[in-house]
Design a protein around this ligand. Structure first.
Ligand code: DX5
Ligand code: ZN
Length: 228
């Protein structure tokens, strides 16, 4: 069983936007190398978060790897722009993509990593045709759209299945989980094959430095410092 072989990716959705710069510096000082950036369009999910100006501003000051999670309809419209403003990886939802192969190729042709996200209600079989092409599968452990929701434990069947399949077939993708991660659910996720843990509320509520220490993790991984 893996114990510390996982990477934390704090989600800025739960940050205090008035103090965002300060909070990101605190993450970096505590060894965090990967930042999860949730983009929501009010169409695919009910809420609207933020977009290009915020990401490009952060890119100028921040060395962390930007793991951009697009919860938007027709994500192919904006891949190039997200790369231009500083994304190091782009994750699109399988539910939003008409031609997944084309989008994966588009993302790779922009020189960044590609992830595919899958909602709790969506069958994992939907991503199987792309496992040899993608860099990451993001298993949603809450319904996309809001931070602070309860972890859906049944989604761990998917991560465990992906881990077994990866071993059996020799694939190289990383397994990320997103939503409801705290000290308890973190351990469950790691035991079930997760490599990268996205966490908003548990990192940004209260003392960030303390939270990062408690959540642990190494730099194993997908996203080391950005080279952009
Ligand atoms: C949900 C987002 C998550 C969310 C995680 O749509 O994709 O990244 O911010 O937040 P917590 O850790 O609060 O569940
Ligand atoms: Zn996310």
């Amino acid at each position: 069983m893996k114990t510390d072989c996982y990477q934390m990716a704090p989600s800025i959705l739960a940050a205090d936007f008035y103090r965002l710069g300060e909070q990101l510096m605190e993450l970096e000082q505590n060894g965090i190398e990967m930042l999860h950036i949730d983009v929501m369009d009010g169409m695919y999910v009910p809420s609207i978060s933020f977009g290009f100006p915020v990401i490009s501003t952060l890119r100028k000051e921040c060395r962390m790897f930007f793991d951009v999670h697009l919860m938007i309809v027709q994500p192919e419209r904006y891949i190039r722009e997200f790369v231009d403003v500083g994304a190091d990886s782009i994750t699109v939802h399988v539910e939003t993509c008409k031609d997944m192969n084309q989008i994966i190729d588009l993302i790779h042709s922009c020189g960044v990593k590609c992830g595919i996200a899958v909602n709790p209600e969506t069958e994992i079989e939907r991503v199987l045709p792309y496992l040899d092409k993608v860099d990451m599968i993001l298993v949603m452990s809450v319904r996309p759209g809001f931070g602070g929701q309860k972890f859906m434990e049944e989604t761990l069947k998917k991560t465990d299945y992906l881990r077994r399949l990866r071993k059996e077939k020799g694939y190289h993708f990383f397994i990320e989980i997103d939503g409801g991660i705290n000290t308890r659910t973190k351990s469950l996720a790691v035991e079930n094959g997760v490599d990268i843990l996205v966490s908003g509320t548990a990192i940004f509520s209260g003392d960030i430095s303390e939270n990062v220490k408690i959540m642990g993790g190494s730099t194993y991984a997908f996203g080391k410092h950005s080279n952009r």
